[in-house]
Design a protein around this ligand. Sequence first.
Ligand code: 0A1
Ligand code: ZN
Length: 893
Amino acid sequence: MKMEESVKETPKEIFLKDYKAPHYAFEKVNLKFVLGEEKTLVTSNIRVLPRSSDGAPLILDGERLNLVTLNINGSPVPEGSYKFNSRQLNITSLPTSPFDMEIVTEIEPQNNTSLEGLYKSSGNFCTQCEAEGFRKITYFQDRPDVMSKFTTRIEADKTLYPVLLSNGNLVDEGDLADGKHFAVWDDPWTKPCYLFALVAGQLVSRDDSFTTMSGRKVALRIWTPPQDIPKTVHAMKSLQLAMKWDEEVFGLEYDLDLFNIVAVPDFNMGAMENKSLNIFNSRLVLASPETATDADYAAIEGVIGHEYFHNWTGNRVTCRDWFQLSLKEGLTVFRDQEFSSDMGSRGVKRIADVGRLRTAQFSQDAGPMAHPVRPHSYIKMDNFYTVTVYEKGAEVVRMYQTLLGNAGFRKGMDLYFQRHDGQAVTCEEFLAAMFDANNVKFPTFPLWYAQAGTPTLTVTTSYDAGAQTFTIKCKQEVPPTPGQLKKEPMLLPLAVGLLDSHGHDMRLTSVKDGTSLHNLTSVDGDYTTTAVLHVDKAEQEFTFVNITEKPVPSLLRNFSAPVRLVSDVTNDDLFFLLAHDSDQFNRWEAGQTLSRKLMLDLISAQQKGEDLSVDSAFIEGMRSTVMDSSLDKEFVAKCLTLPTESEIADLMDVADPDAIHNVRRFIIMEIATNMRDVLLKMVEANRSSATYDPSHVHRAQRALKNVALGYLAMLNEPEIIDLAVNENKNATNMTDQVSALAAICQNSGDARSKALAEFYEQWKDETLVMNKWLALQAMSNIPGNVENVRGLMEHPAFDIRNPNKVYSLIGGFCASAVNFHAKDGSGYTFLADVVLQLDKLNPQVASRMVSAFSRWRRFDEGRQALAKAQLERITSQDGLSDNVFEIASKSLA
Ligand code: 0A1
Ligand code: ZN
């Protein structure tokens, strides 16, 4: 075909306000892949339906494609009727009635290191098309509102690629000449091209089944290389549990007779919900007690659930455009959170989810990459698969549930599917289904989709003994963010309980909001113990009546809205809540609030050169929580864990990584010194039995034991290091082994080097375990660790082309504030070197790494200058990807 036109490669910003429906629909797509070692030939036959008779050009997306032929209704398109550049193929003079278009392109999957489109991983072919990877396979309208029925024929060498998979049902297969074979897959459901998938390779499957609520038997297959099959038991069980849960909780049944999952070692993200052919990063499928931790087991359960749940929230109802990403992701994260809560401990799961939201999302929302749950613009969509779209998006969905109740929320979901099954829709349509089903209108709620920034909710309370009323005054402020200086108040549900002097929940019967009096009822009575207040004004007052004694308020129960809460609750009240609150989240939160206050106080003492000391009430609060045998042990482990260094950095005017680290370490040493015996007992009493049990009770024991061991080991006493060395040696599962190793590695010395070397020898052939070994060393706070990390980049256990290795080593290093933010700038230079090297191979991964710079303005002037210089070095690089350019330039803006 003729030469490409050159296109000016300036990054282009795309805006939500410019959305236009496509001029052409693609009714049916027949794809043929001839997979080869040098070249892969892709033939695409599309039935095209013009949506108007205006003869608009058909613009197809395409990148890194070699166009071989282009035919319309069986004849080549004449030269003057099409043109293409490195991004698009533009066809004019088209028929105004339905027509058939055939496009043949050549691609080189074996040289595709970006891991999007069709690529090779460990010798097998696989695809990743979300968000815009399909355009690296063939020319197409690569946008989610173009939904088609796909049939896929795959031809390949039978010995090298015995297994050929795509979406839907296998409708034909057979042998071809020259040792080749073929398979034809037909997907009866319409879908956008981002849900297309193909896999070809040497794989075997674990087979099982699930019988749906209407009695259909669905074949379930999990595909891996032969040696990994024993590690797929947990993933299969998780899939079956997820399928059952979606039927029971949402009435949603699977809609095909086959569901495939394939595990691949090289994958940019966690997993992908391609219709009936989910492709997973192997770390989220493979688990055995010896090689995977409790956290890995939980992540596998959650992500298997997440991808499966997308079959309805994402696939059957998809997004109109990528700005609506949270429509599927926020909703599906909410669903996977609920699934995991039902499978384990609801309270502990909520604590973990809020911890992640506060550490990662609040910080994003306060920085240069702050964007609304539905962004207004992007340069590269891949950069918007963020904690804001996912986790804050899930909080927005949770607020619907809190406002409408569980039954009301389910009614909204039912109406959403009733109205939009088979469609590509927007967040407004989800909101309308929720509100219409419940006959409500909350005019300020939609702002959650449009306004970035974490609201601050300031609460002051007062008790009037004479009137027997308790008043809560609320002030809501949404901070300015880049491009959005003025914000409006938004409806947020504030869940409140009041505790009496015995620590019991008071009965709440009615509350006054302005002039109106609302009755508070729960399902089983004429009162409630948790009232959901609708805060929707900048300033607002709520008064509870018939409150017979001065209560201790439990505010924002279960973290009912994603806000920063500032309240006048005293330390005494917090200790009381820590001991008594019936809301498990708030009980933990009371302890965290106390810890945050303590840490901030000690940091300022340290900065003034004063001596540090921890108040005995704090230690006693910790001790009584730990000694309370009525509590869930995983909950106790969470209570014992101090807020993260980055959570504290976020609360300071100028973040001081060294002071934060020293203070956190100091408090842990104080706890370990004062509670040495209790902690030792906790280690002894919570050892695992020889057979691993992933159930909650056993996981909880391990969690508690390992926090205790980590705290004790911080003391660096020979006797305790021996204990940790023994725990490491005698561990019967990876959770205990790697926790003991981490405990030992907190201090430099011979024990550390020996333990790391032995671990390497034991596990060097298990690539996923090696990721833990890399991460542990990368995250070390030992001064000057950057050189060690540079050295590890040359180690056989590392491979810059494998995203998991990069996330473990480079991501792990950036998570260690002390070394990444080293005063001499060595951490910053290192990261910039790596980003520039990575960008040439895999822009998506490079861009995730460069994000570690985005909070550079939070630090002192010296660090700011050093980080800025590295960001400028990156942006001035020739040939930089749009991915890295967007993050680096927005960070500098
Ligand atoms: N939709 C998938 C995750 C995913 C997102 C982006 C990707 O490439 C930019 C790839 C996968 C999920 O939410 O599970
Ligand atoms: Zn998802």
